[in-house]
Design a protein around this ligand. Sequence first.
Ligand code: ADP
Ligand code: ZN
Ligand code: K
Length: 437
Amino acid sequence: KKIHYIYNKEMECMDPEERRKLQGERLRKTVELEYANVPAYRARMDEAGVKPEDINSIDDIVKLPFMQKTDLRDNFPFGLFAADRKDIIRIQGSSGTTGKPVVAGYTQNDIDVWTEMVARAIKCAGGGEDDVIQIAYGYGLFTGGLGAHQGATKVGAMVVPMSSGNTQRQIMMMKELGATMLCCTPSYATYLAETIREMGIDPSELKIKSGYFGAEPWTEEMRQHLEELLDFDAFDIYGLTEIGGPGVAFECFEKNGMHINEDHVLAEIIDPVTEEPLPDGVPGELVFTTLTKTGTPMIRYRTHDICTLTHGTCACGRTTVKMSRITGRTDDMLVIRGVNVFPSQIESVLLGVEEASAHYMIVVDRVNSQDKLTVQVELKEDVDMGDVAKLAAIASRIKTDIKQTLLISAKVELVPPKTIPRSEGKAKRITDNRHIG
Ligand code: ADP
Ligand code: ZN
Ligand code: K
């Protein structure tokens, strides 16, 4: 049942030495562009005493300074753009650390590169002209919806841009239109699959053969559960807005790691403390350099995602390096329904609420395969716990503020003073009951 479809043999199955040469040339070009057009990074290169002329092969990458999410925030919104404003044709973004979203600008070239990366993934799972591909990722600033859409369009499939939500309608359309592939977050896929079963629909009544699921961590157990429910092949797909969105890496039928699109992005694994490169198989922080982006190129961008890399030729024929599933993060970012959430964002919302104390707890559960976010907020001593109407108004105000800042709904529970456990060391602000990783 394993069939190895390859969209771009030349690039995906390239001789590794030849690819390293190509990467070296593209790295040099990227660094030249960045040095010429992005003052913030030029300053950092000057400080490190490195010039574009010092970059003559990919081995020289270690000379270059790192970039971080804070660079995007500090230079928000356009400070890291390397292209002329008139050449930027799209903005995509994700939620960031201070309520300011992280945005990336795309030139036509960048959209084409991104589309190619997703097309490779879709083709790899058997997608093509005969397919009906249902996109149940959210459409909008979030890269999931449009990313999958562009790639599915590129391979010539009949695309059904459902966006996320409206579960009953999703299933009705899936059945009536004969969708053969599904793209969404793994938690939403599981919810859809479970609902399909609850509705008494047998997978044989559907035509779904495969799907790409990403934007949040998931496990091998979840894959097995999903594949049993829908009797199809479920694949992992990885990406991040800063590097170009979903499709940076994708699984093949071997289902043992995601192939990184190495002609477009260069991956490194480093020790997050010493910043030294780590060998294959040793878990560390994933660092990406874009090799072909012109809108917002990123150099040695620290993702905070933890995984391992494996080089070699895969049974599918690809020679591109594979990354393992993401097993954790080096910061306290939570990924809830595909949306990135930092506890500090919730804290800054609560700081603006007069009745709220500085004590809170973020609880994440998985109910019906969907992430549920609950924020427990301890009230100040002088709040009248008997005034039910007032409490309801406070809770609803906090809920609205969280939704506006984080773009995600949370349940808000107000608790009496002195009930959130105090800590003498590092405050424990998160209870994640999802057991992932
Ligand atoms: P995206 O639109 O791809 O979700 P974001 O910038 O919103 O991009 O989020 C990127 C982050 O989401 C990654 O750094 C990672 O933590 C998480 N992520 C994306 N895809 C996966 C995946 N397949 N497995 C685990 N985590 C993922
Ligand atoms: Zn493979
Ligand atoms: K995400």
